[in-house]
Design a protein around this ligand. Structure first.
Ligand code: QUE
Length: 334
């Protein structure tokens, strides 16, 4: 069983159970998750929900391997994103207390299973990121919503670089709501189960992290479309910007261009609107060769040297991006 549900003491418990795949979410898990949340929403014996991952990690994302390996005429690339985004929205609308335990890897699809809930508990080993530009995709699961709601252009920085955020940053930006040491996980679970209380270690946020101390510079550098950002970074010419340029040079150019526009355009939009846009976009992006090549290179062959088409940002016309944002398939009807 890839996902295990149980009920103890008015708490609905969800365990993601694919530890060998870092608990990556597949279509079957998403469907079962939706059905169970709908059931618990109506069930008066359930007053809260707790979500965690088996093993060392929370969730690495959507099971993109199975999407890249699917036959050309398989409808899974459509069905998966439909179910995943529907689940993200359902979690945002869920009326009962919802707690996620962010130990280990919390990336992409894993963020979407937790960030719209009431409590996200980070630990000293949380590894949070939106790394999709590395595989020819874009920060989805409402990434355009929550990234565009971070201050200034910080969300674009996070969504384009795919940088793993550290604990201070998770707390500082309100992405995590609580903190405790990783060796306390079982106590935290027990306390939530038995008393409905969320334990919290007082954590003093240190504001000297890479992102926090460079916030105003990042705001300036990450203003505008991807071409402007690259130009800004090159013109700055510091050690900090050289590092960012080196990171961006490994990502899919079309993903970077699309993600940039997606996050900019999302400002002021609702989660529902953002998920709808992302669904339309997913059904253009997931059939591009960049997606299959990216997933293959990063996750299957693991040579970490994907071929991108086009290979550089220079070869992208910003005006041509509108095509990817057209409404072209059925709506999600969230
Ligand atoms: C970017 C991503 C993902 C990623 C790596 C990236 C992603 C994802 C996984 C992943 C990891 C381990 C697994 C698995 C998937 O890795 O979305 O099935 O076993 O799901 O650089 O977006």
């Amino acid at each position: 069983m890839d996902i295990i549900f149980s009920e103890i003491n008015q708490t609905g418990i969800i365990k993601l159970n694919r530890p060998k795949s870092l608990n990556a979410l597949n279509l079957d898990m998403a469907k079962k998750f939706i059905d169970k949340l709908l059931e618990w929403e109506e069930n008066n014996n359930i007053s809260r929900v707790m979500l965690f991952g088996e093993g060392k990690h929370f969730c690495a994302g959507g099971d993109v391997k199975s999407l890249a390996l699917a036959e050309k005429n398989d409808s899974i690339k459509k069905k998966f994103f439909k179910s995943e985004y529907r689940l993200n929205y359902l979690i945002s609308q869920f009326s009962k207390e919802y707690l996620s335990i962010w130990n280990g890897v919390v990336m992409g699809g894993g963020v979407g299973l937790s960030i719209y809930g009431d409590h996200r508990l980070a630990t000293d080993n949380s590894k949070f990121a939106m790394p999709e530009a590395a595989i020819g995709f874009f920060p989805d699961v409402g990434g355009s919503y929550f990234l565009s709601n971070l201050p200034g252009n910080i969300g674009k920085y996070i969504g384009l670089t795919g940088e793993v955020l550290e604990l201070n940053e998770l707390i500082f930006f309100g992405l995590a709501t609580h903190y405790f040491k990783s060796d306390m996980i079982e106590n935290v679970k027990e306390e939530f189960l038995s008393k409905g209380k969320v334990l919290n270690d007082n954590y003093e946020v240190k504001n000297d992290t890479n992102i926090i101390k460079n916030m105003s510079l990042i705001n300036e550098l990450f203003d505008g479309d991807i071409k402007k950002i690259i130009l800004n970074l090159k013109n700055n010419g510091s050690e900090f910007t050289e590092k960012i340029l080196a990171i961006l040079s490994t990502k899919c150019p079309m993903s970077l261009a699309i993600s940039c526009k997606l996050i900019d355009d999302a400002k002021g939009k609702s989660l529902k609107e953002c998920l709808e846009i992302e669904y339309q976009l997913s059904q253009k992006v997931v059939y591009r060769d960049d997606f299959d090549n990216g997933v293959n290179s990063v996750l299957i062959a693991k040579d970490h040297n994907p071929t991108w088409k086009p290979p550089t940002i220079n070869e992208i016309n910003i005006e041509d991006l509108d095509f990817y944002f057209e409404t072209h398939t059925e709506n999600l009807y969230l």
